[in-house]
Design a protein around this ligand. Sequence first.
Ligand code: ZN
Length: 101
Amino acid sequence: MSEPLPIPETPDGRTDCTEFALRAYEYIDQEMTVEDCDRVRRHLDECAECFGEYERDVVLKALIRRSCACEEAPVALRLQIMTRITLAYGSTSDERGRGRR
Ligand SMILES: [Zn+2]
């Protein structure tokens, strides 16, 4: 695997917002070099806009990871949960129907 390109800096030593947007996922996935991580961290400290973007991406990634984990849950357990949900909903609607009659 080839080394990722370092993030270019603006002449005043800052990281460009566009560069951050392009590399945000690498930062979240910790696929960056230590130098680049430092740059991104510094940029997040200074740039509220990118920090907002970054936080949203982190939440999004966490949600995706969680739903993937659900997919890997044992089928038997999932069936059990589904049956319980179906039974719970089924009985309430039944009782409601009986009450009306
Ligand atoms: Zn920014």
